[in-house]
Design a protein around this ligand. Sequence first.
Ligand code: SAM
Ligand code: SF4
Ligand code: SF4
Length: 365
Amino acid sequence: MHELMLVDTLARPLRNLRLSVTDRCNLRCEYCMPEDEYVWLPREDMLHFEEISTLADLFITLGIDKIRLTGGEPLMRRDLPSLVQMLAVKPGLSDLALTTNGVLLAEQIDALRAAGLGRVTISLDTLRSDRFVRLTRFDRLDAVLEGMTAASRAFGSAEAESLRPRPRSSAGGGVVPRAFKIDSVIIRGVNDDELVDLIEYGKSQNAEVRFIEYMDVGGATRWSRAHVVSRQEMLDTLARRYGAVEPVIENSSAPADRFALPDGTLFGIISSTTDPFCSSCDRSRLTADGLWYLCLYAARGIDLRRPLRGGASREELTALITAGWRERTDRGAEERLALGGERRGFVPIENLRKDPHLEMHTRGG
Ligand code: SAM
Ligand code: SF4
Ligand code: SF4
């Protein structure tokens, strides 16, 4: 436990930072980047690795012990292993992870692992090439599967698991999550017939599969309630195929509810849409240009780049972060759920064009 634990207005600690290193992406997933054109963050605004490292130090002092690198596609950021190396050695950081679409992973995995990356999650929604092309607009399933094989070798083996430190803030019991995960967004009529295939594929790669409910985040302009497959529906489908599915009892702030199949296979479901976990949410997001968002659905972020580049002292930056978290009231997904039948896509396209920070691919999913 941190000496002086910083909590928000709902007593939620500051613990988890998702660090977006770029807003660029080499795929165009239907549920994240469905448009033909985007407004990109100016290159000169991108934080340099030294600036990210400085901010990471401050966040760690204030309670962050888990950092996840994300984007956009984080592997498109040049020389990512150097950033991993800078972060991995920070005392107080017990978990350094990466979320990637996997396209560029095979060529970078050894350097990332050697630099100190602790865990990797690959996003993959389908195992069928034609579907992959329809969902992402690129014919790159083979590259992703190569990335999977590489990740399985580097992070999925029993030896890799045994070498991994257990994150401090997940010390509440339960089964330690695997170092290699596969995240799949499940959409009705698109890939909801692949739950079993994805579980079986995960088993073959020593990866824990997590199914994500389709969310109405900024950028998901084609979202509709009818496309959401709920956690309960997913559990029913898996129980029909495998028999009784048991919940894993654990005391954790992780977003996924975890379950076990009769053969012991573990998997997770992130039910942000039908049963959000805002009440225990300890995560915030830093965009590649240094805006700090306290919620996935927050309309505005706190600009840390300007004061950082303007010469603000460590104390001034610490005060800015502390005040921001202390005043945090956000529970975006719960508020979205409360809209009931009136719920539509979250941000209209005109607004996304005016402020690209509203996009999921900018604020780091
Ligand atoms: N490009 C990387 C990737 O795809 O893993 C990292 C960034 S991506 C924005 C992070 C995660 O957000 C991915 O797992 C993606 O599936 C998820 N995501 C994006 N849009 C979503 C949506 N509308 N609903 C649920 N999850 C979404
Ligand atoms: Fe897909 Fe991730 Fe790129 Fe979004 S950022 S389009 S989820 S690969
Ligand atoms: Fe946390 Fe906001 Fe997501 Fe709720 S909607 S879980 S508060 S990031």
